[in-house]
Design a protein around this ligand. Sequence first.
Ligand code: HEC
Length: 416
Amino acid sequence: MKIALALAFSLLASVSVAEDVESVVTLLEFVIDVDEETAAKCLATLRQRVQSGEVTGEQRDAIREQLADKLREVLDTGRESPLYIDTLMLATSWGDKDATRVARDIIANSKESESHRNAAIDALAASRDSGLLSSAQALLEANSTSEAIRSRLLGALGRYDGPSVAVLVLGCYEQLSPNVQPQAIELLTQRASWSRLLLEAIGHNELPASALNINQVRTLLASPDQEIAALVQSHWGAVRTERNPAREGVIRQMRDQLGKASGNPHRGRGIFNRVCGQCHRIYGVGQDVGPEITRNGRGSFEHLLSNVFDPSLVIGASYQARTVITADGRILTGLLAEDNEQRIVLKTQGGKVEIVPREDVDEIAISKLSLMPEGLEKQLPPEQLADLFAFLSLDRPPENSDAIPIAGTPANLIGD
Ligand code: HEC
């Protein structure tokens, strides 16, 4: 029997789902009855492939039809069934009306667990549920919504087309916490119609141009829309797509500036979380898009300066940014996590994983530059840079009394 279970799982995880709907259905019905743990995994795998669009069209409809009775049985059992949530989210992902109603209630209910609410967000977004869109603003603004749910929601909104997404996100941008704002910007750079509204908001000073890092500016430049490219030039001037040799000058200037400065490492941690934590983990906190930097990249102050201000000087090939344009007009920038005949998987700033079925890839470009954005010195005023470097120049968290400055740290940099 173990073999049958392993087979069920591998069938679901492979391409052959497409050709082999019958076996998938038979095996799933079988595991749901005999082995809940495997069934949960299978349901989750199938759900992921439905949500990413790898299982779609006629195959999806055939699986949905043939599994309907079995899934209904689980759903009728209700929450006592350990498979209830997995089943509910699968059914929601392919637009089942009853399941959709329940999933909407889960999202709106702050007593539900974060993981259930997040799963419901992904499932509703997969079927482009209009209910999710109309409750999104209230959810983003509600005090009871955690940061994790807000950022999940912003990631999910990328599925929707139409300017209303940009209008609602820009409408509540101010109320988002500084850690979540970069994700809102990342979302708005993904579609031309949204980017235009974002650029207009910057033009009207509703939002500072520095809210975008250089990678996001480059994403906008990659837009096929000429008007957007022209607006970008007017706010940011010419943007390089190759390493800028002048970065060495910037390092010199920053060495000088930080040599005279004094910063507060505790405040620096907050700045790190906002600007760097989207991609890096340090002391166990942050996303793992770029390298973990508790142990890496901070061997000495010089090393740190070079890594932060000239990130494209040395790039590991796996850290070159990829830009994927999808058939439905989304522009996604991130690191390549998977690339095969079936799909491309990108890990984007904020830690979100984007799965694009190969046939939905319109264009893919490799940047000569690191995903780590350069020009951070322009995003942060001098006092904040001093705080950030006071934090980064300690070898341990600032509250740890054993923390000492890394080699070469200017004498006055770490203040209190
Ligand atoms: C959009 C994602 C992103 C952001 C934001 C980002 N980084 Fe990076 N960072 C990377 C990537 C990717 C690399 C690996 C670079 C490479 O090999 O080119 C990297 C490399 C580094 C390294 C060198 C690590 C090593 O292994 O040598 C340090 C240090 C670093 N970043 C610090 C920072 C700091 C400090 C900030 C905030 C001011 C920041 N990064 C913001 C993605 C990011």
